[in-house]
Design a protein around this ligand. Structure first.
Ligand code: GAR
Length: 209
């Protein structure tokens, strides 16, 4: 990865794409990364429209078009490789990446998750937080490893749970925080690599200091 140039970011989405929109808003304000491609597993993902409005190349790699999960992962990996990313961001990408994808891009895939991991991994994290009765939850930006939401944590922010919260209200407030935390974290990765995250073990830590 070139330490000086604007970093190429490929974003993976499945649905609304509000985090993608937040990233795009930050790039408009001037950051050291560029959203160069958006890939979805669903042709109907609303977020694809945000990219197309800005003439950012998009692609759809649907599991339905492949006979099994392994084939789908291989097609996804091929599509990601074509985009030549410095960083990959899974922003509301509601599928588990296969080991081939993760091993091809070690410590290069960033995920945003709507809880304070390691609490409430997987799907419906805001619902899990409400059901558990915790009074504070939040969001996490972390690197993706081969587990489900288990990779090294880069950044977290808390969100209080209010007495009247339902799942939707709570998730909306968490997303508002995600929309700040994800772009800020990506900017830190783009400019200073892992320097702001000294707890992340990486052989490249010193190369961009
Ligand atoms: C976000 O809140 C993200 O944290 C969550 O899906 C939402 C997608 O919103 N991801 C997960 O729950 C992954 N386990 P968006 O499509 O509007 O960015």
């Amino acid at each position: 990865m070139d330490a000086t140039s604007t970093k190429r970011v490929t974003v993976l989405i499945s649905g609304t794409g509000s985090n993608l929109r937040a990233l795009l808003a930050h790039t408009a304000a001037g950051v050291d990364y560029e959203i160069t491609s958006v890939i979805s597993d669903r042709a109907t993902a609303k977020g694809l429209g945000f990219a197309q409005e800005r003439n950012i190349p998009t692609a759809v790699v649907s599991p339905k078009a492949h006979t099994n999960r392994t084939q789908w992962n291989q097609a996804l990996l091929a599509e990601i490789e074509q985009t030549r990313p410095d960083w990959i961001v899974t922003a509301g990408f509601m599928r588990i990446l296969g080991p081939d994808v993760i091993r091809k891009f070690p410590l290069r895939i960033v995920n945003v998750h709507p809880s304070l991991l390691p609490s409430f991994p997987g799907v419906h994290a805001p619902r899990q937080a409400l059901e558990a009765g915790v009074r504070v939850t939040g969001c996490t930006v972390h690197l993706v490893d081969e587990g489900v939401d288990t990779g090294p944590i880069l950044a977290q922010a808390s969100v209080p749970i209010l007495a009247q919260d339902n799942e939707r209200d709570l998730h909306t407030r968490i997303q508002a925080v995600e929309h700040q935390l994800l772009p800020e974290t990506l900017q830190q990765l783009a400019t200073r690599h892992f320097a702001p995250f000294p707890w992340i073990p990486s052989p490249t830590t010193t190369s961009t200091l």
